[in-house]
Write a protein that binds this ligand. Sequence first.
Ligand SMILES: Cc1cc2nc3c(=O)[nH]c(=O)nc-3n(C[C@H](O)[C@H](O)[C@H](O)COP(=O)(O)OP(=O)(O)OC[C@H]3O[C@@H](n4cnc5c(N)ncnc54)[C@H](O)[C@@H]3O)c2cc1C
Length: 438
Amino acid sequence: MQDTPITADAIVIGAGVIGCDVAYELARHGRSVIVVDRGPGAGHGSTSASSACIRFNYSTFTAVAVSWEAKQRWIGWEEYLEGTDDGQLARFVQTGALCLESPGQQRSKVLGFFDRAGVPYEEWDAETLAARLPAIDPGRFWPPKRVTDDAFWDDAGGSLTAYWTPDGGFVDDPVFAAHNLMTAAVRKGARFRFRSAVTSVLRDDQRVLGVAIADGTRILAPLVVNVSGPHSGVVNGMAGVLDEFAITTRPMRQEVHHLTAPDGWNHEVPGPMVADLDLGTYFRGAPAGGLVVGGAEPECDELQWLDDADTYAPTVSKAVYEAQAYRAARRLPDLSVPNRPSGVVGVYDVSDDWVPIYDRTSLDGYYVAIGTSGNQFKNAPVVGQLINALVEAAEAGKDHDADPVSMTLPLTGLTIDLGDYSRRRHVDPDKSSFSVFG
Ligand SMILES: Cc1cc2nc3c(=O)[nH]c(=O)nc-3n(C[C@H](O)[C@H](O)[C@H](O)COP(=O)(O)OP(=O)(O)OC[C@H]3O[C@@H](n4cnc5c(N)ncnc54)[C@H](O)[C@@H]3O)c2cc1C
């Protein structure tokens, strides 16, 4: 504990992949930045469980544009970071991504966004799907069912179409990606304090003043950004801003399972990411012949909402493993499902519409990058720029709530409306899949 407060231009609460990018962008725009995290290192929160899939199918033009811009960052990672991380960097692995047809997907709208953003894609009928990805069963199984339901094993009722985005893939090490961003931020002068839980946000009536951490140290700064992942609501509570959010955030437990890919799925590169709302799952190939399988919140499954983001069963369960692995096995009939589950447990910070909140608040100087809803790892290298643009506009007196900031993304030249990420938006059924696909 220090009696004399530490000072900085900006404090970032949370050193996950997004917090580290926010720190990097604020630091490279000339601010002295302190990042505080209660954990032992960068990316040890929800980032550590991420499947790190890179895909572009989202429900708004803004979200598609951000994911497409972010992909350019991942392929130019070293250039973006202006260096390596002790000679190494996390790697983007391009595998392509397949999105299978399912009711209510608004495919023509999404493909229209791809046309506008310049995201390459191909539409596949069932024959093309079978020819291009022979390991896949293109059968239509909708609606998703529990594996304990006899109907789960019914024959397919027809065949699916799909669309294919050749630029999809995954990042091979999400924790290391966060570390890469931390290293880049440190090169720009940012300081990181680990094992330092924020216990209160300091403020007066109008403006944020800084934070206090568990050992009693006070850090003072005119800017504070809440990037605390599944703890976002708790930290917003400390800042006293919860009441003005039209969109709230809640932690949700998630399991991701690790299997061995069937023959014919991983070739020279791991097999593609498959978004399969027909069965209620997603999966992708992984290095060394692996297959990563996650869930897509089908209606038949009970969602595991948490009252406390720290209190949950930390190991994978047989029930969720069987649900997810057998769904993947219906799509990949040669997949074997061993008896013993293996995988990771993580926590999503889910917003009411599964769209993140990147915004200012009514407490001047207090910003949020929260509600990432299991779908924002890929966008991390752009989120810092969004927050920096918001900070610069709001601190210069612009009323972002009344007249939202728009921003032209530097690599793709696409212009987006940051009002789409507002904390004050109303849930719009046309602007979300209401699942992890955002
Ligand atoms: C199982 C799983 C699979 C996913 N798969 C994908 C995917 O395939 N593709 C995709 O794009 N996205 C995916 N995501 C989402 C993505 O990983 C997250 O959106 C992203 O990692 C969030 O990063 P963050 O920096 O906001 O949060 P976090 O990584 O959770 O970091 C928040 C940090 O804040 C710290 N913190 C919390 N409270 C305090 C406090 N009081 N004081 C100090 N520090 C505090 C924590 O210690 C933590 O390090 C997935 C997420 C999960 C959980």
